[in-house]
Design a protein around this ligand. Sequence first.
Ligand SMILES: Cc1cc2nc3c(=O)[nH]c(=O)nc-3n(C[C@H](O)[C@H](O)[C@H](O)COP(=O)(O)O)c2cc1C
Length: 192
Amino acid sequence: MNTPIKVALIYGSTREGRFCDTVANWTANEIWRRNDFSLDLIDPAELDLPPRHGGSDHPALAGFRRRLGDADAFIIVTPEYNHGYPAPLKFLIDSAYREWQAKPVAFVSYGGLSGGLRAVEQLRAVFAELHAVTVRDTVSFANAWSKFDADGHLLEPDEPRKAMATLLAHLRWWAQVLRDARHAAPYGEVAA
Ligand SMILES: Cc1cc2nc3c(=O)[nH]c(=O)nc-3n(C[C@H](O)[C@H](O)[C@H](O)COP(=O)(O)O)c2cc1C
């Protein structure tokens, strides 16, 4: 139970001037304060991705899949775009398959009134198709711009930090249990 859980934190937005950096930095800092997780930050804006699907041996995608494959668990930091989630995030999700399987996915979301929760609900359906397990508890920032100061610190940190602790506790439980289970019986070999 003492081996750190390897978490890949995935940025949902590549928008110029994005707020994603603020929320992802806060999330990463919450994880770095602990000693039970290691963290890989995966930012699609830095991956030099191909413009379209098809080249599965493209080096950026091969590297991305390797990093997913190394992870025990995922945290998606996503805004809400038109009641959904951003296209670059979908491109990343669809660029892998087995690497997602039998692993937990948790969400930190942000946006206007809904705090990005409509994007999260869509992502739950997508990850079900990929045989991943989504964690019920989320951290969500409604009107996110009003919650952080110019240095990226939360003005009222107590509630979000409590929510993040709950998210991480459940993510850790699933990650540990599923890591052991994958080792005992590879998920790809499950048959009727
Ligand atoms: C194309 C677009 C659509 C948006 N649609 C929504 C929306 O449906 N609901 C919402 O709460 N916020 C919406 N917003 C506001 C975003 O959640 C907000 O701008 C957020 O900062 C975007 O994340 P980013 O800055 O990291 O790209 C939208 C923003 C953009 C750019």
